[in-house]
Design a protein. Sequence first.
Length: 269
Amino acid sequence: MRIKNNHFIEVNLIKSGLQTNIIGGEIKYFDEIESTNEYAKELAEQGISEGTLVIADHQKTGRGRLDRKWYSPRSVNLYLSIILRPKINIKDVNILTLITSISTVDTISEYGIKPYIKWPNDVLVNRKKISGVLTEVNSKKEIVEYVVVGIGLNINLTRKDLKQFENLSDIATSMFIEIGSLIDRNEFLIKFINNIDRSYLEYSENGKNIIVEKWLERWDGLNRRVKVSLDNQSFFADCKGLDENGYLVVEKPNGDKYTVFSGDVTLID
Ligand code: BT5
């Protein structure tokens, strides 16, 4: 079955639904782009204002972390990047990824789906990935100049679509695959951006502890066994929580605690 999606992305509709303080003041929309993150970084370099959103219907070279690809077919999903200029130290940037994952979980939950977060940036449903975040930062010394938060959300993607991309069928899902009905992408985006904006404001006003707490409530990794893969080594450990900056704390079998700043963490149970 080929899905016919009547819900085009409509910038005016989105603007009229946003109830935000910071995000979405300016929206740049593209039918097609290389990568919304790449373009958002160019805009940020040129000094564009905080909260600018870059949205595309299709990405030709959508990117994941560590030079991986993000499958970005036309007219079914959401691909967007948000330019932020928080006055924070570079060590706190990970909090923005946490905010994004929390907002993704909360928005998807509004449709009767039960997602949860896998550290650092994935949102999963029934153990399959429905969304990913790529956070890129530019800083001067320790202070952040701008952050581009890029989000890919699988909305109306079908199982057939998934077969066209290497190895995705077993590890990815979409809202359509989970609930069997089409989602209005404009409506979803409005809810999502409103949620992120609220959470970002909460962070600016109250600090990061509340964000870490909310993230932990939406995480299902506590005490679970993982394989931690770093550049030059890997080891097994049990997940224990987040440190104050949002990095994963694990415990090795000998009881040593280790904080994972980057790299891959795979659940093995
Ligand atoms: C991520 O990377 O999960 C971050 C993805 C961010 C994509 C957004 S889209 C808008 C913005 N512009 C961009 O160019 N990027 C951002 P990572 O954790 O490295 O996961 C990448 C892996 O997820 C791939 O190696 C695949 O296994 C899998 N993958 C690729 N496309 C997928 C999709 N559409 N749905 C689920 N999984 C996917």
